[in-house]
Design a binder for this molecule. Structure first.
Ligand code: PLP
Length: 395
């Protein structure tokens, strides 16, 4: 029976049952796979038959995870990686050579920024950043040697959106690739490939695992583009551990249920924050006050689990707010069952100058909340008392 609904695909896509008739997929903890004969080995190595050879190439647990993700994202094929950053790096490195150029949104994830600004220049690959609030600048940034546009939407932590359909058309017009890091939205909320993107990249560490346990990533694309990615990945070894592949595939079974509640909590928290005097502004894609509310409704199924807001009183009030939280955790992860608070200006983006921070939408008192799965009343209560505390030393 062909399954078309997200929930059923996520639950029912499973590696082939073994002779033991297990109901839940086992963990294939093996580095290599045996050959039936010398001829079989030769056929496998020459791509004449499908099958596993060595876990750096493929493994049933990782294959199950990837197959599921392909169905959920509408991709033809893909590969699982040991971390989100391995996916980001591979998905770009596979398509560039010395002299090439990448256009990216300025608000990319921190380590993606380091790849573009510190590592790629060593190998002669340059980039141009575009501010997400100036979409018309993407076309201006494209040069004859541009190979790819790389973006994140919603952006981190400012939650600005990029019109993926618009960028896909632009990429096609210039015969270059559009690569979207879909980590914040997850395939449940947004499907960039269905909107025209050529490559979708993920950090599975976040909502896919969803419980702060393992690192993982994935690259999903067309069969045609996959050849270059597979060649690079097979021979450089960013492979996902089968154990992590097993955890991540299991976790996808509950992604839809978790995302529904994450997003319900986040929307309720965002609405609550809008009523608070201690808060300068709140940003959440599904609040009508979001400048791109219409676009959010068009390209996202729900608003996501991340809410950002500005505490009145700048950097000191932001710090006091974090120090006053009693339940929410201070940690650098996101996409966990546990609600997590981050003050970007004093932590993740503290090495940037104030001007650079403002360019990516990080004002001094900006707090990012990754809304968890605790009861919303407890989340609100903790945040409310920390907000009150944040203003005490100001007056
Ligand atoms: C966390 C994250 C990454 C990196 O993923 P890791 O699994 O930590 O390597 C990349 N992009 C975004 C948007 C992220 O949030």
């Amino acid at each position: 029976m062909e399954l078309k609904n997200f929930e059923s695909i996520a639950v029912r896509t499973q590696s082939e049952r073994s002779q033991f008739n297990e109901h839940s997929a086992p963990i294939y903890a093996t580095s290599s796979f045996t050959f039936d004969s010398a001829e079989h080995a030769s056929a496998l190595f020459n791509d004449e038959v499908d099958g596993n050879i060595y876990t750096r190439y493929s493994n049933p647990n990782n294959n199950e995870f990837v197959e599921k993700l392909c169905l959920l994202e509408g991709a033809e094929t893909g590969i699982a990686t040991a971390s989100g950053m391995a996916a980001m790096f591979m998905s770009m490195a596979a398509f560039v050579k010395s002299g090439d150029h990448i256009v990216a949104c300025r608000s990319v994830f921190g380590s993606t920024h380091q790849i573009l600004t510190q590592l790629f220049p060593r190998w002669g690959v340059s980039h141009t950043y575009v501010d997400v609030d100036k979409p018309e600048d993407f076309e201006k940034a494209i040069q004859p040697n541009t190979k790819m546009i790389f973006v994140e939407s919603p952006s981190n932590p400012a939650l600005d959106l990029i019109d993926i359909k618009y960028l896909a058309d632009l990429a096609n017009k210039h015969d270059i690739l559009l690569n979207v890091d879909n980590c914040f939205a997850t395939p449940y909320i947004q499907n960039p490939i269905k909107l025209g993107a050529h490559i979708v990249t993920h950090s599975a560490t976040k909502f896919m695992d969803g419980q702060g346990r393992v690192l993982g990533g994935a690259i999903l694309t067309s069969k045609e583009l996959f050849k270059d990615i597979l060649f690079l990945a097979r021979h450089t070894g960013p492979s996902l551990s089968p154990f992590h592949g097993w955890i991540l595939s299991k976790s996808l079974e509950t992604l839809s249920v978790r995302m529904e509640r994450h997003c319900q909590n986040a929307l309720e928290l965002a609405k609550f924050l809008e009523t608070r005097d201690e808060v300068e502004f709140v940003k959440y894609p599904f609040l009508p006050s979001h400048p791109q509310y219409e676009l959010a409704k068009e390209q996202m199924r729900l608003g996501g689990a991340i809410v950002t807001f500005e505490v009145k009183g700048g950097i000191d009030a932001g710090r006091t707010f974090l120090n006053s939280l009693k339940m929410c955790t201070l940690t650098s992860n996101l996409g966990d069952t546990r609600t997590i608070a981050t003050h970007s200006a004093s932590t993740t983006h503290s090495k940037l100058s104030e001007a650079e921070r403002l360019k990516v939408g990080i004002s001094a008192g900006l707090v990012r909340i990754s809304c968890g799965l605790e009861h919303i009343d407890d989340i609100k209560k903790d945040i409310e008392q920390a907000l009150v505390a944040s203003q005490k030393e100001l007056v």
